[in-house]
Design a protein around this ligand. Structure first.
Ligand code: HEC
Ligand code: HEC
Length: 391
């Protein structure tokens, strides 16, 4: 009753409310100092822009524009109707709403939303690429996606003098001479574009900044259910152990994310897709990784993690922690798209020792995750860098 009365008046008299709800040390919205510190680590947002040192055209406006044009061009695919946008659709948060992707053939995995990728180090669910440009080359050559080739990519430029002129301006060479080099450079232009896809500030970011400032009035605008979910997220739910930092991802690979549908299904799944183990093996075997000749970083410091990578049986069945920014608009969830419901996805894991989450708590977690959606939601701006042509 006292709590109910206090919450009616909460915006103005928070110290009294907080003292009742969470002890003397509570700050704005009743969060404890420990919770405040954890919440602070989930920002600030947006992050500083970062150039990829391994991609010499990263951040260059002309390269971004070339990448933007190529991203929607289906003519690099064997059948001339599959493009990056076929699966990464701007009006669906750069994903495709399917459980698992389909190009020239079926893929075993869900199409990830392309956003905030500069904050990752390994790309793909199992980290099969160590740069955004390597991840952008794979679909062109994969027989289940474009089923393309160097020859097809060169043919596109041979038929399109304007595109070829744009390529020459960006890379200072003809796209018609060396097909492998052209494919690599196309990957780097695509990556320059993909890196510009970032999500904007969200209601959660406003709340987080208010907590950091000690601004009770600002914090009071945050919905109660979301606040309860957030406290679970940083507390008993154990989520922040992996979904950490401003991008809600530690960038690492984890197993043991207990699936909602039981252990037998989990075993079955790992037979189909052993995640990090296979992808790390493929990464090490590829000449397109950062150890190879196409890495543009003269210091080659960016290759340290790839050089240090060792295959290990424990990698089997692990997947990269996905970012949770805009997660409410990127269903289906998990590497295999096994559920459409955010509440089911929110329940998948948690600190192993913690008592299982109750139904109401799962709903609170989903309410919190929904406050990680920015104003664009699923309809992403198609030209975030504001470019118009390649002249
Ligand atoms: C047939 C559907 C499909 C097409 C076409 C496609 N992708 Fe993807 N994309 C995926 C899937 C599925 C993954 C996850 C791959 C994995 O886990 O190995 C992915 C992953 C990625 C990633 C890594 C994202 C991350 O979070 O690590 C990037 C970058 C990417 N794609 C860019 C592109 C570009 C650029 C193109 C066009 C050249 C493209 N994709 C075409 C389905 C597709
Ligand atoms: C041990 C590390 C770990 C912990 C702890 C953890 N997660 Fe995850 N989370 C992951 C990984 C890894 C995946 C991807 C698993 C897969 O695709 O098979 C994932 C996937 C998700 C997804 C689906 C996202 C998408 O785009 O597909 C949601 C939502 C999610 N986690 C929320 C939570 C919440 C809420 C908690 C706390 C109750 C939590 N996670 C705890 C590692 C973790």
């Amino acid at each position: 009753m006292g709590r109910w009365l206090a919450s009616l008046a909460c915006a103005c008299i928070w110290p009294a409310w907080a003292a009742g709800a969470a002890g003397d040390a509570a700050g704005p919205a009743g969060v404890t100092p420990e919770e405040s510190r954890a919440i602070a680590t989930l920002g600030p947002w947006p992050p500083p822009r970062r150039r990829d040192p391994g991609n010499r055209v990263s951040g260059q406006p002309l390269a971004i524009e070339l990448g933007r044009q190529l991203f929607r061009d289906p003519r690099m695919s064997a059948v001339s109707y599959i493009a990056c946008v076929t699966c990464h659709q701007p009006d669906r948060a750069f994903t495709d709403s399917k459980a698992r992707a389909h190009g020239m053939g079926d893929l075993p995995r869900n199409t990830p939303a392309l956003a905030n990728l500069s904050l990752q180090h390994w790309y793909g669910w199992g980290g099969g690429a160590d740069s955004v440009w390597m991840a952008s080359i794979r679909p062109i050559l994969d027989s289940r996606e474009f089923d393309g080739s160097g020859a097809l990519v060169v043919r596109l430029f041979a038929r399109e003098p304007e595109l070829a002129a744009c390529y020459r301006r960006v890379f200072g060479a003809s796209p018609l001479v060396d097909p492998e080099r052209t494919v690599i450079n196309v990957g780097k232009a695509l990556a320059a574009f993909v890196e510009t896809l970032v999500t904007a500030r969200t209601p959660f970011d406003e709340f987080r900044d208010a907590i950091v400032r000690g601004d009770a009035r600002g914090a009071a605008a945050y919905p109660d259910a979301a606040l309860r979910g957030l406290r679970l997220f940083v507390g008993r739910g154990g989520c922040i152990a992996c979904h950490s930092g401003p991008n809600f991802s530690d960038g690492r690979f984890h197993a043991g994310t207990a699936p909602a549908d039981g252990i037998a299904a989990a075993v079955e799944r790992s037979l189909h897709d052993n995640g990090r183990l296979r992808d790390a093996r493929d990464l090490l075997a590829s000449r397109f990784n950062l150890r190879g000749a196409y890495n543009d970083d003269p210091s080659r410091r960016n290759a340290a993690a790839t050089r240090g990578l060792r295959l290990d049986a424990a990698m089997a069945g692990r997947f990269r922690t996905p970012s949770l920014r805009n997660v409410a608009v990127t269903a289906p969830y998990f590497h295999d798209g096994r559920t459409d419901r955010l509440a089911d996805a929110a329940r998948h894991a948690g600190a192993p020792a913690a008592e299982p989450l109750r139904i109401g708590e799962v709903d609170d977690l989903a309410a919190f995750l929904s406050t990680l959606t920015d104003a664009h939601g699923a309809r992403r701006p198609w030209n975030p860098a504001g470019l118009t042509d390649c002249r």
